[in-house]
Write a protein of this length. Sequence first.
Length: 657
Amino acid sequence: MRPSTLLLTLVIGSALPLHAQAPVVTPSGDPSVRDDTIYRLAVNAADHPEESWAYLLDDGIVRLDADGQYTETFRQVVQILRDDAVDDWQEHSFGYAPGHQKLTINWMRVLSPDGTVISAKPSQMQESDVPAPMGDPVYSDEHRIRTSLSGVKKGVLVDYSYTLTEEKPFRPGDYFGGWTVTTGATTRRSRYVVDVPASMALTIVERNLNFKRAERVAGGRRVYTWAAQDIPQVKGEPFAADSNSVIMSVAWAPKDSWSAVGAWFASLARPGFTLSPGAAATVHGIVASARTLDDSIRAVHKWVTQDIRYVSIDFGIGGYRPRSADSVIATGFGDCKDKAMLFVAALHSLGVTAYPVLLNSAGGVVRTLPSKNQFDHVIAAVKGPAGYTYTDLTDDLRPYGELPSPDQGNFGVIVHPDGTTEQVTLPRDPPDVNAVADSLVGTLSADGAFHGVFTENTSGLRAANLRSTFANPLDSTQRANVTRSLAAHLFTGASGDSLSAFNGKDLAAAPRFRLLVSDDDAVMHSGSTELFTLPYPPPKDMANLANALAAQPPRRFTIDAASVIGPISTTKVFRLTLPEGWTVQVPKDVQAVSPFGSYSVHYAQTGREFEVVRTLSGTRGTLAPDRIGDLITWARAMATDDAAFVIIQHAGTGTHP
């Protein structure tokens, strides 16, 4: 019998004992898989010239009990195909929380393809606490086990297995599991086993599977098995969307409801919906000078976002239960849930209705699989006559009512003090809200010197970087560096002066700046003409993008339009007053519109004034793979605007006097 046929029989057939429970993997091995059979699946590296490694086995086994205790055992057998994979596989790190979890490294070994052991265990192993980073510190009880393997080189196999056990679940019966069959590398065998009580109903979401799962019930347990073989490498593609028909995956959870998840959080957070008399007095002091209710809300928002530092204390249930407002105020710090609940409670003390909102900071929540494990972030929703206004209290440079990009469009659960919930989709700003408007207006003298004024106005998501730049007063050296950098970005060798900016921490201030720009040698002499380099370069890189996309093999992934340009808009205006009698050879206008965005450039000379207006706006949406041709066509149309400079002639002779 051929090895591939033998292993398929092992995985799908005899992988499970007769009582239908998942195999129990220990440091002694996995009774359901023969190691020698796996090792004989080694590939010929010459047949995979573009892959750094291949998975001979990618294996996951989950056993979940009714009380929420579970074990997860994972095993990978990796064949190193190229030297550049050595660093990826000789160092490993595993994390767990010893207060409620146990981690066992079942084995880690390096072997030759014939099974000869090169190293039977890690040459170094160390367990330590996870240090809190100094920027946005997170203090937790997580430990990490680091290991170093010896003997890892091209041609060898790395075989390792570990088991994580949850012994004290914070919310009994809550679990969210998933498995990606498509690993991104050639995978000879993939197996995922889920073992649950037969009475436990699951919701299962399968995407793009080209095989069916197996189910077996016996001894009061139900076991689901997903087994596949010879999954080819799937190469990534530019601008690929998450929603595609390529990546095979499985996600599951016990049947639950978002209302139950929200009620659980409410039970933890309920004391935080009200303030103590001392905390309420602090809040009323914050809003003492406010003239309107909106002023009061914004004053509280600024206080929580900027005066309460972000520091996370993530010990045990503290990862879910907010700290008291008194504690947050006294210490001057808190994490997302602490800050959100302080804001909510502060508004309640002012007679304003507000609630915490649970969401995932990276998005991607599977809405049909309710679980606390799908949430890792908390923001706030303020109820008003027109609906909810959402705010993320961890973003200290975002005005009230604006959301950072990762939050926008996300699924969220609003939690009321009584445990009732509302499911919402957070709003997204249209591209014209996330705008940058640049303007450079100046004059060119007869001796080729340029003097002008540059201004930049930003809004929405585009304002974040500018607010960060001017969040703190600049000293003389910093101001000189920023001024020089801004001027040089417009003209090589240009100098800047009289930088006028705003206070980035003043959330009511318009995010804009103004700068005087000078360049004493702004033109380049070329025979009988003058060449003037335009301050805003054309999108010449779009030609390279079009060529790169056209050279790709037939596309498989859907296209995420937002990843091409983004949900943003940009307007760049350049106005130049020329010496009397000078004229510009005006380039041709370009206008290009597609499902991925719009681009236009307009060139004109009226009297002595030469003007260039460029606009670019992106879109959102998911488009079918065959729309890649539209993107290529659009990129090439944009690239026809290739006027990096203009030719200036003197009236009459076409030469400089």
